[in-house]
Structure formats: C-alpha cells, structure tokens
Design a protein around this ligand. Structure first.
Ligand code: PEP
Length: 252
C-alpha cells in the first residue's frame, strides 16, 4: 500500500520569518496525523531555519531545485550534498516553471535526478503536457518522452525512492484542475511506463502525485483515483488552513 504524499511547493514566496511561522502552525494543525506523508518546499534561503524547526517531527523538507554537481565553480547553484547537509529529504526537479523560464531540459532533469538519488535525496520529478499538446492529442507521447528521458539510466533500487508528479502545465496556477478521470488516465499510463522500465513490482511502490490547482474542495475526488498517491500543491499550500485540509484527505 503506497502511503499518500502531499507536498507544498511554496515557489518564490515567504521570508524566513514567515516560513517559520507557517511550519510552526502547520505542526500544531497536524499533530497526531500520520496517515499522509507531508513535505514542504520553501525557498533556498529558508531551508536551514525551517529544517531546525522541523527537526524530530514528521514533516519533511524539500528544496525546489538542485544542481547535478557536488561542488565547484557553478555560481548560483546549490548541490545535493548541501541540501542533505541542511536537512532536506526531498527535492523537486523539472517543475514546468523551471522548464519554461530557466531552460530546464529532460537532459538536465535526468542529471539532477541521478545526482539527487546518489545523495539519498528523494526526487519529486515533474512531468506534464502543455494545453497545446493536449489539444493536439499529444499528451501520452509527451509524457512518455519526459518519463523515459528524465529517468534514463536510473538504477532500479534507487528508483524506489523517487516520486513522480504529473502536472499538466495548463492546470498549474490557472484554477483549471484536470478532472479526476483525466489525471487517473495519465497516471495509470505513467505507472505502466515505470513497470516497463523497471518492473511491475517496483511500479507498484513508486508514488505518483497529481499537481495543478489542487484545493481543499477537489482533493477528495482526485485521491479517490487508484493511481493518484498524493498531490504537489502550489497556491493552496501557502495558507496553513487550506494546506492542512488537503493533507487530511482520506484516500477513497
Ligand atoms: C505547482 O506549482 O506545482 C502547482 C501545482 O501549482 P498550483 O497548485 O498553484 O496549480
């Protein structure tokens, strides 16, 4: 049985003080809650302070990006070694905003995924089609290409710890959620790809999240789908009440 995983991607929001206040309130809201794995992804500047506040608790820490190199002359980059050092257990890789605005390609995603896994950092790997690709009937071809390229050469044992986030680009920050049926169709397809690339047994344990305008009022129907194992939440993760409600989802 896959444990649901709900991750909040804060993007470029919250100062260090705001981040600390947020996780302090979230810890109180979720006291005693064990049924869902909870992850927050603050900006780099808040990671160390948030890690300190989360120490010994159940909420896990993620970064929003990582470099594929361990150290060296890579101005502005942060390495997997540094993220582990500061207390991260997860890292979001290949978010569509990084692909669209910062030149992230499947090749760089693949390098980052391997670097993360080799440092015991669990990658949350984002894939998903644009509106144009969906309207042209290219959704499955695009997602298949991303999954195959992003995971090329990834070791099967290490793959167990990764999370795939299916995030249709047209649903991110737009208020348009994929219907539960649309998300399930693609996520079941992704599980089939994982089964072919690794093994049916491994595909059964890898968690696949849905992301794209997830809110308290649509999480239940999304999570009722057999291949939706959690959510990557942007906007609705910035407010404690809505994020805590999403975390408290009962798997259907
Ligand atoms: C995201 O940034 O990964 C995301 C899904 O954002 P939102 O929930 O705001 O659509």
């Amino acid at each position: 049985m896959r444990k649901p995983i709900i991750a909040g991607n804060w993007k470029m929001h919250k100062t260090v003080g705001e981040a600390i206040d947020f996780v302090t309130s979230l810890q109180k809201e979720l006291e005693g809650w064990e049924r869902t794995e909870v992850v927050v992804a603050p900006s780099f500047t808040a990671l160390a302070s948030v890690a300190e506040r989360l120490r010994g608790g159940r909420i896990a820490l993620a970064a929003q990006d990582v470099c594929w190199e361990e150290e060296g002359a890579y101005t502005g980059e942060v390495s997997p070694l540094m993220l582990r050092d500061v207390g991260c257990q997860y890292v979001i890789i290949g978010h569509s905003e990084r692909r669209a605005y910062f030149g992230e390609s499947d090749e760089t995603v693949n390098k980052k995924v391997k670097a993360a896994l080799s440092h015991d950092l669990n990658p949350i790997i984002c894939v998903g089609e644009s509106l144009e690709e969906r309207e042209h009937g290219d959704t499955f071809r695009v997602v298949e290409g991303q999954v195959k390229e992003d995971l090329r050469g990834v070791d099967a044992e290490a793959a167990r710890n990764m999370v795939i986030a299916y995030e249709p680009v047209w649903a991110i920050g737009t208020g348009k959620t994929a219907s539960p049926g649309q998300a399930q169709e693609v996520q079941s397809f992704i599980r089939g790809l994982l089964s072919d690339m690794f093994s049916p047994a491994l595909a059964e344990v890898i968690r696949i999240q849905y992301g794209g305008s997830v809110k308290p009022d649509n999480i239940d129907e999304l999570m009722a789908q057999p291949d939706i194992d959690g959510a990557l939440v942007g906007g609705a993760s910035l407010e404690v009440g809505s994020f805590a409600r999403i975390v408290r989802v009962e798997r259907g």
